[in-house]
Design a protein around this ligand. Sequence first.
Ligand SMILES: *[C@@H]1O[C@H](CO)[C@@H](O)[C@H](O)[C@H]1NC(C)=O
Ligand SMILES: *[C@@H]1O[C@H](CO)[C@@H](O)[C@H](O)[C@H]1NC(C)=O
Ligand SMILES: *[C@@H]1O[C@H](CO)[C@@H](O)[C@H](O)[C@H]1NC(C)=O
Ligand SMILES: *[C@@H]1O[C@H](CO)[C@@H](O)[C@H](O)[C@H]1NC(C)=O
Ligand SMILES: *[C@@H]1O[C@H](CO)[C@@H](O)[C@H](O)[C@H]1NC(C)=O
Length: 643
Amino acid sequence: METPALPHEVICHILTFLHPSDRKEASLVCRSWNEASRDHQFQKNLIFRFPACTSSLGFIRGLACRPRCSLIISHVDDSSVSRQVLEEVRVHLGAELEGLMLPRSSMMESSLLKLLPSLTALRKLDLEGLDSLFMSGVFLSREEHRQQVRKAMKNLEELNLSDLRYLSDLSFNRLTGCTLRLRRLALAGCHIAFEFDPYLGCAVGPGSSAMLSLRNLLRLLQDQSSTLCSLDLSRTSITPESLRSLALVPGLHLDELNLSGCKKLRDYSIEQLCRHQRGLRKLDLSGCTELTSRSTIAVVAELKHLQSLSLSRNWRVTEKGMADLTALPSLSSLDLSECVNVSGEELVKGLSSAQPRAQLEKLSLKSCTYIQDVHSLARLLTSSLKELDLTSCDVLTDSSVHAISYYLAGLRVLRLGSCKLITDWGLLGMTEPEDGKDPSKDKDEENGPSFTRTFGNIGFFQPPKMAFEEKPRLVTDADLRTFREQEGTSLRAIKGLEELNLSGCSNLSDVSITQVLHFPVLQRLSLAMLPEISDDAVASVALHCRCLSSLALSGCSRITDEGLARALPHLPRLQHLRLAHCDGITDTSLSLIVQHCTRLKTLDISSCKDITVSQVDFLQSHLPFLENVQYRFVGGADANLTL
Ligand SMILES: *[C@@H]1O[C@H](CO)[C@@H](O)[C@H](O)[C@H]1NC(C)=O
Ligand SMILES: *[C@@H]1O[C@H](CO)[C@@H](O)[C@H](O)[C@H]1NC(C)=O
Ligand SMILES: *[C@@H]1O[C@H](CO)[C@@H](O)[C@H](O)[C@H]1NC(C)=O
Ligand SMILES: *[C@@H]1O[C@H](CO)[C@@H](O)[C@H](O)[C@H]1NC(C)=O
Ligand SMILES: *[C@@H]1O[C@H](CO)[C@@H](O)[C@H](O)[C@H]1NC(C)=O
């Protein structure tokens, strides 16, 4: 008997549960699924990315019926093909297009001006790095062009002018004079003259045709203060005094501010900023290396609505103020990576305090080498945490991994790269038995470290064993039988994991990788630099993690063609594959890749000594979506010759 077809609405409803990339896959199943995937509820805010080339022309025409989409068109220049691409966009999407981004492009004013006036629904324009447009200084110098662009851009909300070397007051004013209701402005990496004009040696006045000046920027902020709420001045040389004048612009109420890499900033300017911009919800102060805990304290005192804070790479920041920080009820994302002086004690204290307190979803403690009490952090963040980065936290032990698995079963992203003390026992959720003892008896004899069921008794606060030199006792078959009966503190408990990074955890072997890495929705996995793992591990991973789109195995020297032959047929979604320094793979693997990984976008096979350049050429000509192959030093080529 034939099963009746599911109604359109039911299929649509099922599709709402899928991740957009899964929905894209599902649309290829059959005609009715394809139609369901084109339902208007899935068509909002779609972003399409393609290069400016002949093969994109048909694709653009196919987009004609899509309302309100955004395009990322790379490599646009002044060639006739590029002009043709822009013309198709104008004709088929013109008044519907919501966003336009032109990365890695290089074109003159005339090409862009043919398109811009037609984009009347445009809300987001990204001209990042498009130096060719601004170099001559005549962009929008003609009033008639400005009028056309102004008419089209009246609803533009986001303008990205990052990394433009030739942006001057004149060109900036001509462009922003067409965009009267900006909400977000990005000037990351621009050469802004904050106090002095380096050419003239005096304060810059507005109207410079050579540079963008602070005064000019302040004027724009003031003019559009009723709408402007997000500003990106990262990687600029903004001075403390300039930040102060910016914070004081009348009527300006910033929501988001990015000051990443602004090395000239000092604590007192952050204090002033916080005092005058109390509505800030997102603040990025990463890489502001002069800042100390005074800034943390200022943030805590003033920014009661803060949701996201980065203090990454600020090594002067210490524990001070951290307890109060985690008591901020709206805080959901905290980046303390490379804050080497943070040990986490105060974080734990703050998170243990009475409500209200932060419901952290994202926490990065990457390279915080003094982090001790991962157990308490995991316990306190049980209900909220989705992303945890503990890369290079050297003191992390197996019992920390047990705590993460047990308490943070809702994690989506877990990064444990270079945590060298982690062993198979950690991933398996077992404690390494004392030598000679039967592991199952161990449990009855004492309250000390034991298996999962008595997890509550595990002594997480034990200092790590100091005898690092001794190799851990290997997991036996008997141990694995016990493992299969219980899963509680095994990493396997984190069923919804989407990204896992175990690179450089060099004590891991096939035992844990084959038993534990069973993650149905895992998309990104790094097992790079695990010298112990073999073909069995790779085959098992492929069998049990079939959603993988990115897999890193660089430096896994025991992996051979056979492992890939067993794995690749199960990984049809693979887009990024890293196999650098895998000496066991040969040209055969490249043929397998061509055969099975038809969606591959990037491949790294550098330093694979048994791969030949001719096979790399073959691969490049057979994979339609391939964007980048790194193959330096293949075939044992001499470094000097290929450089
Ligand atoms: C500016 O554009 C770049 C590249 O497209 C992007 O990475 C960045 O997030 C954008 N910045 C803002 C504030 O939108
Ligand atoms: C801030 O800018 C830096 C560098 O331009 C970028 O890497 C970072 O992602 C930005 N931060 C946020 C929160 O967007
Ligand atoms: C923070 O760490 C650095 C490098 O480890 C050290 O030199 C510095 O004295 C520490 N700063 C504070 C305030 O503890
Ligand atoms: C995994 O972590 C390492 C650092 O340990 C980093 O270099 C690498 O880029 C990460 N890999 C992925 C795929 O994110
Ligand atoms: C982990 O592996 C490293 C070598 O990568 C070794 O020096 C260390 O002793 C091992 N640690 C344990 C606990 O076995």
